[in-house]
Structures are given as C-alpha cells and as structure tokens.
Design a protein around this ligand. Structure first.
Ligand code: PRP
Ligand code: URA
Length: 236
C-alpha cells in the first residue's frame, strides 16, 4: 500500500527523517555567542561524562551558570552612583534598571542558581514547561511571571536547546509581558534548535557553552549529556 498509515505515523520516532542543519551552518548566526573559554571546555567535559555523580553534576551546572553569567552580562548598561569610601567621596557605577531571570523548570533551576552567584539581587521568575517526549511539543504547567515589569533585561535559562520548542515558547511568554530586552542562556545547543530559535526570535541574544552535532531520532542532543533535569535531580 502506498503512503503512510496512521499507525506508522504514530509509531515514528519524533525526529526520525527530519532534516537537520549541520553544525558549521549555524556557527556564525547573528547574536549567537558560543563560549570558547578554556575553563568552560574543562567543566563541560566533566558535565558530559556519564560517570559524573548527581551532586557533582549539580555543582558543575552552578559553576557553568556563573561563567555564562559573566559572558552574557558583559554588555549591560550602568548608571553613575555616588558613594563614600572610608577615605573620601567618589563616583562608582551600578547596574541600571532591574534584572530578571526566568529558569525554565525544572532543568533551568541549577543554571539560575549559578547566575545568582554573580548577580544576587536578580529577580527570579519561574516558568514551568514540560516537553512531551512523543511529540516534542512543550506544555506550560507553571507561571510565576509578574504582571508589572520594569527591567533592563530578562534572561531565560535552560540547559538544553534541543528542538528549540521550549525556548521559543518561553521567549514568546516573556515578550507578551512587554520585556524590552531578552537573552537566552543555555549549556548545550543542537544546530536544529539553535537555528529555529534564532530565526523565530532574531531580536534576542543567545549564549551557550557548547554547540553539539545533532539531535537523535528521540530528540536528544548528541553527544550531549543525557537528560539535564534527571542528572541534576537524581530522578533516573
Ligand atoms: C528539557 C530541557 C528543555 C527541553 C529542551 O526539559 O531542560 O527545557 O527539554 O527540549 P526542546 O528544545 O526540544 O524543547 P524537559 O521538558 O524534559 O523538562 P525537565 O526540565 O523537567 O526535565
Ligand atoms: N532535554 C534534555 O535534557 N536533554 C536533551 O538532550 C534534550 C532535551
């Protein structure tokens, strides 16, 4: 019989047969920043290792979050701030306007903690999205975004940018709150998801620690690190 039956469609793996861009094709996308820091490469290798136990994995996610925070905050605006040192008056600087971070639950939690080590007075807006493993569509199940916002920038953080569905939905939700400047922070991106996010939201900056080769038929990033949520929280 010609064509695909409904049963074939339903049993097909979600990324099976779906064309994906090559890594080299997305290396130089506008507003995409891929870390080339040697300390990051060192920590990423420990993170990817399947023998790294949960407590060390969680600690590494914090540390990588802090390194990404340094890279992603390099272009923030400052305003002048008069203070007195123990010796005399002087002019210093403080970050202009509020800064928000949106951890995409649950895997974004560890990354957000690392960010908070760098900027402790950041506002944290939790957003729960769960990827349906059969369709790879993200479903929203929790939203603690405030209605009144006056922010210089909001960072959406989630370790894994796979198909890009969760990141695109998160940015759509933040844009509906009228946030003027949004950045996405992730640990590992697949070329497929990176291209989708960059094309759908060309007005945001995207910072990742590494760009991997592809997605497997199940929609997992390879070589990747496995399931970022399960590895952080020990839920295997
Ligand atoms: C993972 C990951 C991202 C999403 C990425 O979360 O943390 O949120 O999948 O996939 P995508 O780019 O194809 O949307 P998951 O939905 O498994 O939830 P979890 O954080 O609770 O483990
Ligand atoms: N979510 C993960 O945690 N890992 C992947 O490789 C893809 C999505």
């Amino acid at each position: 019989m010609l064509g695909t039956s409904k049963q074939d469609e339903q049993s097909r793996l979600p990324m099976q047969g779906i064309p994906q861009p090559k890594r080299e094709e997305v290396l130089n996308l506008p507003r995409v920043h891929i870390s080339n820091h040697p300390v990051m490469a060192h920590k990423m290798t420990l993170l990817r290792n399947k023998n790294t136990p949960t407590p060390q994995f969680y600690q590494l996610v914090h540390e990588i979050g802090a390194l990404l925070a340094y890279e992603a905050t390099a272009s923030l605006s400052l305003e002048k701030n008069s203070i007195e040192t123990p010796l005399q008056a002087t002019t210093g600087y403080r970050l202009a306007g509020g800064i928000g971070i949106t951890p995409i639950l649950r895997a974004g939690l560890g990354l957000a903690e690392g960010f908070r080590q760098v900027i402790p007075d950041i506002q944290v807006w939790h957003l729960g999205l769960k990827r349906d493993e059969r369709t790879l569509q993200a479903l929203e199940y929790y939203n603690q975004l405030p209605h009144q916002v006056d922010m210089q920038v909001v960072y959406a953080v989630d370790p894994m940018l796979a198909t890009g569905g969760s990141a695109i939905d998160a940015i759509n939700i933040l844009k509906r709150r009228g946030i003027p400047r949004i950045s996405y922070i992730g640990i590992i991106a697949a070329p497929y998801g990176l291209l989708k996010l960059s094309q759908t939201h060309p007005d945001i900056d995207i910072y990742v620690a590494a760009l991997d080769e592809s997605l497997n038929d199940l929609g997992y990033i390879v070589p990747g690190l496995g399931d970022a949520g399960d590895r952080q929280f020990g839920t295997f």
